[in-house]
Design a protein around this ligand. Structure first.
Ligand code: SF4
Length: 98
């Protein structure tokens, strides 16, 4: 299952997504696990560009051929803040941990 499977109102490019034909591939590899199989499929995907752009707002999984770390770098460079990255300024426990 790719990140696209979780979309409630998928965009038109979703129908072109190559990952939908490869549910056996790990589209959400954990840290240290290989991303190469998923990325190789993304390289052949006609929806790669819009998927890559949409993935800049997603924290988990492979999107547009980019890993979580690669997307996080791009998102940060573009000033995009992911919802999961927002911390509660009143949560002193969180601030002490960072
Ligand atoms: S670029 Fe990769 S993750 Fe995105 S739709 Fe294509 S195969 Fe799926």
């Amino acid at each position: 299952m790719s990140g696209l499977d979780a979309m409630h109102d998928p965009p038109a490019w979703h129908a072109l997504a190559a990952c939908l034909d490869h549910p056996d591939v790990d589209w959400f590899p954990h840290r240290g696990e290989s991303t190469s199989e998923a990325k190789a499929i993304c390289l052949t995907c006609p929806a790669r560009r819009p998927c890559r752009d949409a993935g800049l707002y997603e924290k988990h999984g492979i999107w547009g051929g980019l890993s979580e770390r690669e997307r996080r770098r791009r998102s940060k460079a573009l000033g995009i803040t992911l919802i999961d990255d927002i911390t509660d300024p009143t949560d002193h426990h969180e601030q002490e941990a960072s």
